[in-house]
Design a protein around this ligand. Structure first.
Ligand SMILES: [Zn+2]
Length: 251
């Protein structure tokens, strides 16, 4: 049994908790938090998002799940380990404050918001999330990629770095082919790493039996992404698997 804190209690360390001990906090002055979890592809962000949702739900709290450009093509948060939950797809035009207020107006509770693929948020939408936290005491947990294939922060990620109460790198280790920690996403077209093009090209990473690994998945356009260490990202070296032993994929 987890004892409930007294009304208005904040954690002794003043830190946001992924699993609050209390239930609905809207009636309390306790602050809500904007927490951002980030990492490269395949580091387990969507899985963690669904785990946070599960933990919150078990506390009797009600969540609203948002996503953008979901890899399944349906409005849901899906993870490569097979978990999935329905979510609301938000495009760049959506005011997330109105989304939550509409839920309230319809009689639904929203105690927390989970945003997957948060790198695709606009700066304005991140500011809207911060307002939900500060003015409406809704906890927001955002999950997204750190950098694009050019090793630059996504706009949504940058604004979350600037505004979030807490920023955490997802600790699940993703390895480069060389065995070093994978930090950066490479865009691969026709077997070669590219450094130019639109920031957002969402590859279909639905599992294809026998072909797609966790790190490598092709879509119809032949665009795929691969996680590399910083050195091999800089060199454009994709490793022996896609290009053959000893071959360098340089462009
Ligand atoms: Zn490497």
């Amino acid at each position: 049994m987890t004892p409930s804190p007294p009304d208005g209690a904040v954690s002794p360390l003043g830190q946001p908790s992924v699993v609050p001990a209390s239930g609905d906090r809207r009636g309390y002055p306790a602050p809500a938090h904007l927490v951002f979890f980030h990492g490269p592809m395949d580091c387990g962000k969507s899985t963690l998002a669904l785990q946070v949702d599960h933990n919150q739900s078990r506390q009797g709290r009600h969540g609203l799940l948002l996503t953008q450009g979901d890899r399944s093509g349906n409005p849901q948060i899906s993870s490569r380990v097979g978990l999935r939950r329905e979510a609301v797809e938000v495009d760049v035009e959506v005011d997330v404050r109105l989304l939550v207020r509409d839920r309230w107006a319809a009689g639904h509770r929203v105690d927390y918001v989970i945003v997957d693929e948060a790198q695709f948020l606009t700066g304005t939408q991140v500011e809207q999330l911060a307002e939900l936290v500060d003015e409406s005491h809704v906890d927001v947990y955002a999950f997204g990629l750190t950098t694009d294939f050019r090793a630059r922060l996504f706009p949504g990620t940058q604004r979350l770095f600037e505004l979030a109460d807490d920023v955490q790198r997802v600790q699940v280790e993703v390895l480069c082919w060389c065995g070093l920690r994978g930090l950066l996403n490479a865009r691969v077209v026709g077997g070669a790493m590219v450094r130019e093009g639109a920031t957002v090209v969402v590859a279909d990473t639905a599992p294809a039996a026998g072909t797609a690994t966790a790190e490598v998945a092709d879509d119809d356009a032949g665009v795929r992404y691969q996680v590399l260490c910083r050195r091999h990202h800089a060199r454009g070296q994709l490793g022996p698997t896609p290009t053959g032993p000893g071959q360098l994929a340089l462009r």
